[in-house]
Design a protein around this ligand. Structure first.
Ligand code: DX5
Ligand code: ZN
Length: 242
């Protein structure tokens, strides 16, 4: 963690959505992310069923482990976002490919509690992602099994989409619900159009894990280290005023 705290006092964790990197020069982008002090690499997996798109795969994760500074640095964790049906089928595979954070979608499995426990049993941090329309009370009986909640701030399935405004309210509702149930330790991750413009409102609402994609970490008008620094400055400023 290299800077900034959420309104909840939690340090801000900034991840990079590798689906938004220039895959033609992935090694260079990984070096830039490492130089910029990124906290994790967000790997979007899609199956063409849960979402109508195909994403990155386990071979790419293994390649990142081999080519990137990740392998040598060894401290930049990979965060595997499984946008696939019955994700429990691939949890072990994600861990074997190097994932230290694994996120499943509540809507994609009939056995969310069992799948979350499976993630923890293999030593990874367990995340549950909620599609924009999914009510937050689905968390009521699984809060003991999660390390973070991913509030999808766009409909999953593609980069470059626009924030769904109601999701800012949803972040706050999740934060209040977790705090009220004595689970202040659980982080809220936001994923989708996490832009320089939206980050202040997202962090003030209670987000502490940011997935940076086309509108921040890989913003076309910034170098990667400058983009990361811009997020850090934004968050630090929020921490100072709140
Ligand atoms: C969307 C993915 C996101 C996406 C982020 O389904 O889960 O991680 O790649 O890209 P931006 O930041 O462009 O929305
Ligand atoms: Zn994602």
């Amino acid at each position: 963690m290299t800077g900034g705290f959420a309104s909840s006092g939690k340090p801000i964790h900034l991840g990079a959505s590798i689906a938004c990197a220039n895959l033609a020069r992935l090694e260079a982008d990984l070096e830039q992310l490492c130089a910029g002090g990124i906290d994790s690499l967000h790997i979007d997996m899609m199956d063409g069923r849960f979402v109508s798109n195909f994403g990155l795969d386990f071979t790419l994760m293994e390649t990142i482990g081999r080519i990137g500074p990740v392998g040598s640095m060894g401290e930049i964790p990979m965060d595997c976002h499984l946008m696939i049906e019955e994700p429990e089928r691939y949890i072990d595979r994600a861990a074997a490919a190097g994932a230290e954070y694994i996120t499943i979608h509540f809507e994609a499995t009939r056995h969310a509690q069992k799948a979350l426990r499976q993630i923890r049993d293999i030593g990874a941090r367990a995340g549950i992602a909620l599609n924009p329309a999914t009510p937050i009370d689905c968390l009521d009986y699984i809060v003991d099994d999660i390390d973070f909640v991913t509030v999808m701030t766009v409909n999953p399935g593609a980069a470059g989409q626009r924030l769904i405004p109601a999701m800012l309210r949803k972040i706050g509702d999740v934060r209040r619900m977790l705090d009220a149930s004595g689970h202040g330790e659980i982080d809220i991750q936001v994923d989708g159009n996490v832009s320089f413009t939206h980050i202040p409102a997202m962090v003030e609402a209670g987000a502490s894990m940011l997935v940076g994609g086309t509108s921040s970490v890989f913003h076309k008008d910034y170098s990667i280290p400058d983009a990361i620094q811009t997020v850090r400055q934004l968050v630090t400023r929020i921490g100072q005023v709140s």
